[in-house]
Each structure stands twice: as C-alpha cells, then as structure tokens.
Design a protein around this ligand. Structure first.
Ligand code: SAH
Length: 488
C-alpha cells in the first residue's frame, strides 16, 4: 500500500496565547493580563461577566445540578456569564450562580457543548501530570478487564520482532512468548487491537485512542483535548512505545466544535501496512484513509457471537465495511455469506482480509451497493437468508436527528425481517448516540409488526469492554444491538 499521507508530518501544534497550563495555580485568583490583552474577540453567546475577574464559567441558577451529578458536559444554555476574557481551549473553573466551585473544564465558545469537564476536584491541576495519570488509569483498566497477563507490564500488545509463534493459523511475532502459554496468554496473542482511551468515559473528554498492534491512532474531537494533543502524544509514546502515533482528527463532528480537520503522523512513522488481529482473525486497517480510526473495534464481541450463530446458514451482512462480521460467519461454518457495502475501498480490503485468513472464497460474495436499494432488490428476487446482520453507520449523531434516523432504521429492519426464512435470526445494531436502547427496541418492534413477523430478543448487545461507559454519562453508550429470532 502506498500512502501519500505517510510522509507528511502533522503541523506542529502551537498553543494559542490563551492556552495556559495551570501548573502555577497560585495565580488562580489573580487577574490574567494575558487573557485580557491578547484574547481574540470571539462572538460569545453568553453575557460577559466581570471582565476584571479571573476567567470563570458562571452557571445559571439551578444548572449546577448536572455538574454535581458528574455529567461532563456544560451546554451553552446553562451558562449565565463568562468572567474574565477566556478563549477557546482554556481550562477554567466552573462556578454555580452562588459562586461555589463545581469543576475544572475546557472552554469552547464555538460549540453548543461550551465546556467539557476535566475534573470535579478543586485541588486538581490540569497539566501534563494530570493527563499522564488519566492515561495510565485508562491503560490499567484495559489490562484488568482484558486477557492481558497481569504479570506483563503495559504495553502488552505491541509485539517485539522475534522468532515468532504460530497461534491457530496466525503468525504472532513475540519472542517473549513461549510455546507453553497459559490460556490467558494464548487468548491475548489472538487480539492485538483495543480502544485504549474512550474519551469522556475515561475522564478525557474529546480524546479517543485506538490500538492496532504497535500503531496507535488518536482522534481528537474537542477544543480542550486539542490543546493537549502533543502532551498526550508524548505520554502515549512513552507508556506504550508504539512505532507510530497517528492522528485521525477528521470526523465531521469536529465542525460542530469549529475545529479544522487533521490527518497525519504525530510520532514515529506509519508502516506501509497496518493489521489488527481480532480473536485470531487478521484485518487490514487503513489508518490514514479508512473510516473512523480505520476499524470498528467496538463490535469485537458481537462479531464473535455471530460466529456461533452461522453454522450451515445463508448469511446476509449489510454495511459490511472490511468484512468483519462476514469473516467470523465464514469461520463459523456459514454455507454462504453475501456482504454489501457502498464503499469500494472497504470491499477491496474485505476481499484481501478473506484471502489473508485462508477462508473459503467460494462461499463469499461481495456487492458494492446502497443497502436501502439492495434489500429491495433481494426482496423482489425472492431471496431468503437464515442470518442477517444490519450494522449501519450513525443515522442520528444527536437526539435532534432521532426522528429521521428512526425512519431509516425501521426501513432496513422491516426489509431484513422480510428476507428471513422462518426461524431466522436478525442481528441489528445502531451506533447512534441520539437513539436510546428503548427507542431502538421500539423501532425494531414496529418493523417486525409491519413485516408481519413475531420475534423474540435473544441477546441485548453493546460495545466491547474496552469502550466503557461512565455511569453518569449515558451518551457514552452509543452502540446498541439486538439479536432476534423470528418464529417458525
Ligand atoms: N459492520 C462493520 C462496520 C460497519 S460501518 C464492521 O464490523 O466492521 C458502516 C458501513 O456502512 C461503512 O462501511 C459504510 O461504507 C457503509 N455504508 C454507509 N451507508 C451505506 C449505504 N447506504 N449502503 C451501503 N453501505 C453503506
């Protein structure tokens, strides 16, 4: 793979003049002349408070409630006034209308989410040491709930070059492993990808880090995290020792934060080809041009479940991307797998993945098409399947899009139900933050009703454990899935 982006280093980050490191917090209550004199004139949506006071976010009466409940977002409507003259990316204290300290938050006047909370502790200093502590804690959590050997210190995944070891058809380069691996270690060698940092839910709003072997991909989605990009890249480099830290900050959601898109190497250099091993299956990851950070790690466990449902089945995998669910179904003994996606690039990688894993190519068919249209064509052709997977892209990024999204989900699920043989199974997903579990289930119930089928839910599914959800932040639970069996 030749990758034009490989050699272009990212633009060095220059903190704005307002980007203050709060290491020297002795000035907390002193006037910041820098902020007053040099701050660009943002169009603020909030009345200016006392311009001579230290910068702070003052909430409307009663709006401290969600902050006290540990929700990490402060919407523009909750803000009564801004004291001082802060600028985007600054770390500011958040205070109640009565002046009580509530939290330290990153400020972005250009976003509806005007502040994202770093810490609720008044004595916390938001500096490099803070980020190191949070990143270490996220990595430790991954070690504790994964199959990584506790005795191994992080990084457990990046595999040193060495003699190598054959594990169920997959060649793993790890000279430190011996042929007498414990079950736990053997499982660890079959997975080298993981979400290491899951933004708000890991106490790092706006920061996502995914690991694909010895490459880390960082995605920044907030002004606050943007200010700490280089700090976080340095910490990740030191703690994980990857061969590359790559930045994929080019999602459309950055526009909501008025942040420019960025895509490029931050540390090290990107190898020509990146691969992730998941439950022993190998997937090529296009870090620079692929979707999201290159791969959908969140579906790991759900893909593994598909493998157990596929034996002797005719399978239809809609929105297949690089073939995730399809390869598991084939390994699980599916009779046939028809996979559909609109992206020719994704389909071409899917076929490479099929071959790289030595799976039976004669049982796999790939179709480049719009799923909405393709499902209708299959219906008109009278095609039937035993197992259908629907894993569409995000239809509703926020609750405001829920109604339109609901129509899309109902449409594909109704058609999916109609294409099932009696006793068939539908595995259906939504990765829309704006669609709750309840609403999703109601949409699917409506689709089954209109399709004239009776269905039972046999599995309620969510993202894998490396995508934890902060209890006080339900928005973090964006991925939901239902596995349903229709009656015979
Ligand atoms: N199931 C995949 C991830 C799916 S992501 C996995 O396990 O890796 C959503 C996919 O839907 C993307 O590959 C995107 O190219 C595709 N897509 C988006 N809109 C589409 C449409 N209307 N028809 C077909 N594919 C579409």
């Amino acid at each position: 793979m030749t990758n034009p982006k490989t050699k272009s280093p990212s633009t060095p980050h220059r903190p704005s003049q307002g980007n203050r490191d709060f290491r020297n917090r002795t000035k907390r209550n002193g006037k910041s002349s820098e902020a007053q004199n040099d701050a660009p004139r943002h169009v603020l949506q909030h009345p200016r408070g006392n311009i001579n006071s230290p910068a702070a976010i003052i909430l409307n009466p009663g709006r401290e409630k969600s902050v006290l409940h540990r929700h990490p977002w402060i919407f523009s409507g909750a803000i009564k006034q801004m004291d001082g003259a802060p600028i985007s990316r600054d770390t500011l204290p958040v205070r109640s209308a009565q002046g009580e300290f509530l939290a330290w938050a990153a400020y972005n006047p250009d976003s509806k989410i005007t502040a994202r909370i770093w810490s609720w502790r008044e004595d916390e200093i938001i500096d490099a040491a803070f980020f190191r502590k949070r990143i270490e804690s996220a990595l430790a959590a991954r070690v504790s709930f994964s199959n990584i050997s506790q005795e191994k210190k992080w990084p457990a995944f990046p595999l040193p070059q060495g003699e190598g070891l054959k594990v169920e058809g997959t060649h793993i380069n790890d000279s430190s492993l011996t042929p007498t691996l414990s079950r736990r270690e053997r499982e660890a060698t079959q997975n080298n990808g993981m979400r290491l940092i899951h933004a708000e839910s890991d106490g790092l709003p706006g920061l996502i880090v995914d690991q694909y072997g010895d490459v880390l991909v960082m995605q920044i989605g907030s002004a606050g995290a943007e200010r700490w990009r280089d700090t976080c890249a340095d910490i990740l480099q030191e703690l994980c020792n990857p061969i590359c830290v790559y930045e994929r900050s080019d999602s459309d959601s950055r526009l909501l934060e008025k942040l420019d898109k960025r895509n490029g190497v931050l540390r090290g250099s990107l190898p020509n080809s990146v691969e992730v091993i998941e439950n022993g299956l190998r997937f090529k990851v296009d870090v620079a041009e692929g979707q999201k950070t290159g791969f959908y790690l969140d579906q790991r466990n759900n893909r593994a479940l598909t493998e157990t449902l596929a034996r002797d089945k005719d399978v239809l995998n809609c929105f297949c991307y690089t073939g995730g669910f399809s390869l598991y179904a084939l390994r699980g003994g599916a009779k046939s797998v028809l996979s559909i996606d609109a992206s020719a690039d994704a389909l071409s990688i899917a076929q490479e993945n099929l071959i790289a894993n030595g799976l039976d190519t004669t049982r796999a068919e790939w179709q480049e098409a719009d799923v909405f249209q393709a499902l209708r064509t299959l219906r008109d052709q009278g095609r039937k399947f035993d197992l259908i997977i629907l894993d569409p892209p995000k239809f509703a990024p926020t609750a405001a899009f829920a109604e339109k999204a609901a129509r899309g989900y109902k449409d594909i699920n109704l058609l999916g139900f109609k294409l099932l043989r009696p006793g068939g199974v539908l595995a259906t997903y939504s990765c829309s933050g704006g669609i709750s579990d309840d609403l999703f289930q109601k949409i699917i119930a409506g689709a089954a009703l209109d399709a004239g089928v009776d269905a039972q839910i046999v599995h309620y599914l969510h993202a894998s454990a490396d995508h934890p959800v902060l209890l006080s932040f339900p928005e973090g639970a964006y991925l939901k899935g239902l596995v349903l069996r229709i009656s015979t």
